[in-house]
Design a binder for this molecule. Sequence first.
Ligand code: PMP
Length: 354
Amino acid sequence: MTDFPVRIRPAIAAHPAYKQGKQAGAEAFKLSSNENPFEPLPGVVAAMQAAAGFHRYPDASSPRLRARLAERFGVADDAVHIAAGSVSILYQLAHATCGPGDELLFSWRSFEAYPGLAIVADATPVPVPNTVAGGHDLDAMADAVTDRTRMIIVCSPNNPTGPIVTQAGFEAFLTRVPADVLVVLDEAYAEFVTDPDAVDGARILAAGHPNVVVLRTFSKAYGLAGLRVGYAVGDPRILSAAGTTGIPLSVTAGAEAAALASLDAEDELLERVRTIADRRDRLAARLRDVGWDVPVAQGNFVWLPAGDRALEVAAAFEAADLIVRPFAGDGVRISIGEEESLDRVVEVAAATRL
Ligand code: PMP
């Protein structure tokens, strides 16, 4: 189509759009997108429906949810920013901080949206290889900072491999990062963490690091992936810049109401999170028993380091109606789903280990 007249920026034309995990048929377990296997609580659904007034625009800054989250973090309301999923906030922050020739640094492999953030901002993605254990090599990341670095993402627990960054490790890392570089601590899976040494964004912010923004989401632990609500906590000047680069009015009133109702029902939802974390620990142990070198798993997923066999291994899972997420040449991520899926996962894992 070389004669097609509309000009697309070459960097965009060369970069594929974000590709989500496969959808699953009725018989299959969908373990490909780190979703919560529990259906929404009836009270949450009712709150969403009661938000009504869908002929009106929502209140653009989701003020009630912001106030509620601000109270939890012990910060002012303008130190919280809401958007339609935390991935939206990543894009907003990249656009707010990075321009042509700037560098956006992250550990790799990590959340597959990260490289694209740099591309759309005309910046350069700088992936720093994970450690062999699948964690962040924070020393190597600090070494990779240049005077063009404008944004760094630290993902704990790391999607898709599973390990956390420790509080001490993150604090030490921050001492090596210039104060004018934004550090985003992506804690999409924070609620599933059971390791007491893991970094805690709230503690980092309380200690006063104005260049750190903490990112959380209602998609995982709170089970609202389909409604799209994520939030950031940090310095209001950074968050207001994120607001400027964001698409206005993208958080719906129904989504805000559902998020608030989820906070009301937190005890019950966090009980589910404990169930999932327990399933995760049991599954990781069984996968190790059958010979897979599964890294520390602190999110709601486990990682099979299948290397060149990733696609083949994922196909074997799919043939058993287990929809998992392969990363070609690297590994296979399996989200923690229904209890009934576990035996089948272990069975296929044992058969593919050989
Ligand atoms: N960060 C990480 C590490 C993720 O894995 C995801 C979702 N897969 C997100 C952010 C985005 O989540 P959401 O947009 O649903 O809040």
